[in-house]
Design a protein around this ligand. Structure first.
Ligand code: ARG
Ligand code: ZN
Length: 472
């Protein structure tokens, strides 16, 4: 043996002993487990640490007759640390197999966490592909506020809605709004059914067994709570707005007559929003109108909001306003929900103001005094808590988040005047387009953009307890 090799051999043996002592299995890359949650203030276990998903390809085969879902989810993600294991959020259903980069991976489930252990550790920065085969009859996820989310079976179909944490009920993922990704959703259903998801229809193909596969594509990033899938015997209407946004409405036949007038406003709303808030953020727009008994609420699912029963014009306006506020500019955490709902509610006020209805100032005053002759909701519970600080996960969709959130915006308008205020709305939507933002990001942005010190508005209206008095 070459005498110079001896010290090297000694070093190698020592390194091996050290590795054994620290529990190293001899893998060349050293990873550690990714976090099982992102510590969201309201949903601490939602989302997962250690990686970010870039793209989801969901392949779902659904039979409305027996309610059985057979699916494969393929996640392309980037490791943000060395990973010995990582988690996905997933609830119910049966996981049949998991593969990472084509190789079978061990996995186990506790609660809503699916832990995946790849055969080899993943390196920081590595892009890896996780495939999960699963099946079963999805059960709805119960929201802390008592409403149902996730995969909702109907008499003759189904619809999926995910705010805030329902998406884990139908596909495994990093289910927190801070990790947005692009999506391909392919839905295979028996012939005679329509299947709809976000984005554009790339293809519609008849496959074996009397079935049709609908391939949908979202090119812009989507927060996972805004992903939808709907199966039904919908009436489909397509078109294009004057500025070239494609339109796709899928309407349950029983709701078609009642929906017609409101859905016909889609183009006007997109054009109006584009003037007020900057260009519409997506290439397509539309709706999914489910039978009225499906859900107790509507949801702004990206590009095609889900309605339960025929919507009216203001509801369509509200859900389409979310395409700018919530969907393109998404919250960093569920504490920032008022950035979605306050803005969508204020958009309702502005729409009325711009279309010969009640002005925002008059509506603001009506809420202050509880004058239901101006707005039927004026006596709601908007003062119950500050919009930026709901008292628990079961309150993130309560009145203060909507109404008082809108009142915060109107207070800014009163302080800075119309010109700066509308510049602020537009600037906010434009500068954070397809991103995420927090309440602190907004308050800092608003002060910078308008050049006004708005501390009193934040202290009293956004963060303050109690019922604020009329300003001045
Ligand atoms: N974001 C929806 C909207 O304002 C409402 C969702 C209500 N969800 C709930 N779990 N309460 O259009
Ligand atoms: Zn809303």
């Amino acid at each position: 043996m070459d005498h110079r090799a001896v010290p090297r051999l000694v070093v190698a043996v020592l390194l091996c002993l050290a590795a054994l002592a620290t529990g190293c299995t001899g893998a060349t890359v050293q990873g550690r487990p990714g976090a099982s949650g992102l510590r969201d203030p309201y949903f601490p276990r939602a989302g997962n640490g250690g990686y970010q998903v870039e793209h989801y390809a969901l392949d779902l085969d659904y039979d409305p007759a027996d309610g059985e879902l057979r699916a494969t989810a393929v996640l392309t993600a980037r490791a943000e640390q060395g990973l010995s294991s990582f988690n996905l959020d997933f609830s119910g259903l049966k996981v049949e197999e998991v593969r990472v980069d084509g190789v079978g991976a061990r996995h186990n489930r506790t609660g809503t966490e699916l832990t995946v252990r790849p055969a080899e550790d993943l390196e920081k920065g590595e892009v890896f592909r996780t495939e999960v085969d699963y099946r079963g009859r999805p059960k709805p996820v119960l929201d802390p506020d008592g409403s149902r989310e996730g995969w909702i079976a109907t008499a003759d179909g189904a619809v999926a809605v995910g705010e805030p944490v329902g998406s884990m009920g139908w596909f495994p993922g990093n289910h927190h709004p801070s990790d947005k990704a692009t999506y391909d959703v392919t839905l295979t259903v028996p012939n005679g059914y329509e299947a709809v998801s976000n984005g554009e229809l790339a293809s519609r193909t008849e496959v074996d067994g009397g079935r049709t596969a609908f391939a949908w594509r979202s090119r812009e990033p989507v927060a996972s709570y805004l992903v939808t899938a709907a199966v039904g015997r919908f009436e489909v209407a397509t078109g294009r707005t004057p500025s070239g946004v494609s339109v796709y409405h899928a309407v349950s036949p029983g709701e078609a007559a009642g929906s017609e007038a409101a859905l016909a406003k889609t183009s006007d709303i997109v054009e109006w929003g584009s003037r007020r808030f900057g260009p519409y953020p997506f290439g397509t727009v539309g709706s999914i109108v489910m039978p009225s008994e499906t859900l107790a609420y509507a949801l702004e699912t990206q590009t095609k909001p889900v309605y339960s029963g025929a919507p009216d014009e203001l509801l369509v306006l509200h859900e389409l306003a979310h395409q700018w506020f919530g969907n393109s500019v998404s919250p960093k955490s569920w504490k920032d929900m008022w950035l979605n709902e306050g803005f969508a509610t204020y958009a309702e006020w502005l729409w009325a103001e711009d279309h010969g209805g009640v002005g925002a100032q008059r509506r603001f005053d009506a809420f202050l005094t509880g004058d239901t002759s101006v707005d039927a909701a004026a006596d709601n519970d908007w003062a119950a808590f500050p919009p930026a600080d709901p008292p628990g996960a079961e309150h993130i969709s309560d009145d203060p988040v909507y109404t008082r959130g809108a009142m915060v915006l109107h207070r800014i308008r009163q302080e800075v005047g119309d010109e700066k205020f509308f510049d602020l709305l537009r600037g906010w939507a434009t500068d954070h387009r397809h991103g995420n933002a927090s309440t602190a990001d907004f308050t800092a942005y608003a002060q910078r953009r308008t050049g006004h010190d708005l501390k009193k508005v934040w202290d009293v209206w956004l963060y303050g307890e109690g019922r604020p008095k009329a300003p001045r």
